[in-house]
Structures are given as structure tokens and as C-alpha cells.
Design a protein. Structure first.
Length: 157
């Protein structure tokens, strides 16, 4: 069941990621009301296309629990997971994914493709977007506006 405090934590992780010049996405994995994994994006810091916030949070959760099978866990993500991350949630047997902003360009929960389509695989994941959507989307739009402004300043030099 959705709990706003975990989405607020994901938003804080996204803001922290932005301060490290990472796309501001945060993810929190919760089991029995306890955070078992959390991260912001780490693609730039780790120089790896797979170090999305969700993937790192899943890895931390698996290490903390001693099991990659996270049955009953819930995920809170500031941006609709991409297909890679959505499939990782599916493989990890996460019960539910709650996300903030929708991703029309790369969303894996229905905006572009739906990895979680019921009956498609041997495990169904509950999912719902739009939680704290404005705040999540604002982090992204401000980050990319700042990036574009920086590029235009470089062109003017």
C-alpha cells in the first residue's frame, strides 16, 4: 500500500543525484514498512548505463536481505521505470511499483511500453504512477533546463 513518506525519500535521493550531475531519479525499496534499498541515479559516477536508481536500489536490497527474490517488496520511484528497470522489478518479484512522473520517451510501465501488462509473464506487478507527480517532474525539468542553459552559454563563448 502506497506510503507518501517513501516517495518523499525517493525525491530527496533524486535531488541528491542532481547535485552530483546525475539525472534526478530516486528509488526506494521497502519491505514490511522498512527501507531495504535506496539510491539515486549513478550512471555518471559509475560510468555505466545500467546504474539507474532502481537497479542500484534493487542491488542494495538484495545484499541487505541476502536474497535477490524480493517477494512482497514495494518500490517507490520518482520517474516511471524504463523497460530495463521494470523488468528487473519483475524478475526480483517486487509486489508493487509506485512512481511519480510519467516518461513518454522511455517509460516501461505503459507510457512507451508496458512490461507489467497483466498475464504477460509468470509474475504480475501492481503499478501506479502520478504520485507527487508535479514535484518529481519539476526536478527533472529544472535539471534539464539548467543543462540546456549551460550548453547555450558554451556556444556563445
Amino acid at each position: 500500500m502506497y506510503d507518501e513518506k517513501f516517495m518523499k525519500r525517493a525525491i530527496q535521493l533524486a535531488a541528491d543525484a542532481a547535485s552530483c550531475d546525475e539525472v534526478p531519479v530516486g528509488a526506494v525499496i521497502v519491505l514490511n514498512g522498512e527501507i531495504i534499498g535506496e539510491s539515486g541515479n549513478r550512471k555518471e559516477r559509475d560510468m555505466s548505463a545500467t546504474r539507474h536508481a532502481e537497479m542500484v536500489a534493487l542491488e542494495i536490497a538484495a545484499k541487505k536481505t541476502g536474497n535477490w527474490w524480493l517477494e512482497g517488496a514495494e518500490a517507490y520511484v520518482t520517474l516511471e521505470p524504463c523497460p530495463m528497470c521494470a523488468y528487473a522489478f519483475l524478475l526480483s518479484r517486487v509486489k508493487a511499483v509506485y512512481y511519480g512522473a510519467y516518461d513518454a520517451k522511455a517509460g516501461g510501465c505503459g507510457s512507451k511500453i508496458n512490461i507489467f501488462e497483466k498475464g504477460k509473464f509468470n509474475h504480475d506487478v501492481e503499478y501506479q504512477g502520478g504520485y507527487m507527480q508535479e514535484e518529481c517532474a519539476r526536478l527533472l525539468s529544472e535539471f534539464f533546463a539548467e543543462k540546456r542553459a549551460g550548453k547555450s552559454r558554451l556556444k556563445q563563448s
